[in-house]
Design a protein. Structure first.
Length: 127
């Protein structure tokens, strides 16, 4: 998610849509397969959503500063690298530490990422 390309309200709506998606999918897995599958689905969703939140917070923090030539690209690249590393760390903790079930974790993670790609177009067309 490149937050500087979007307004703050659009970014908030996108993060909110992702959060609702992970909660709904987690609740569905909980209802149909039990606590372990529901928790695994929530862990997968959080592994996709939380790095986006961290990236957005960093982007908003740096948005008010006057950009130094070349620094914007490095800041963006560093933010994306941190986002990827945090995602990997969260997935390792979920799978290794909490023994999450892979299928609900992976499906929810993928669903939140798909929402990240599709939601801006849908939100822009409605607004």
């Amino acid at each position: 998610m490149s937050a500087p390309l979007y307004s703050k309200s659009l970014t908030r709506r996108l993060l909110g849509t992702q959060l609702v998606t992970l909660i709904i999918i987690g609740a569905l897995f909980y209802a149909f397969k039990g606590v372990t599958w529901g928790a695994s689905a929530l862990a997968g969703g959080v592994a996709a959503w939380l790095p986006n939140v961290v990236f957005v917070l960093l982007a908003w923090r740096l948005q008010g500063q006057s950009p130094v030539k070349g620094r914007v690209a490095w800041t963006f690249a560093l933010g994306e690298a941190c986002k990827v590393l945090l995602t990997i760390l969260l997935l390792i903790v979920a799978l290794g530490g909490f023994k999450a079930v892979f299928m609900p974790l992976g499906l929810t993670w993928l669903s939140v990422l798909i929402v990240q790609i599709v939601a801006p177009a849908v939100i822009n067309n409605k607004g």
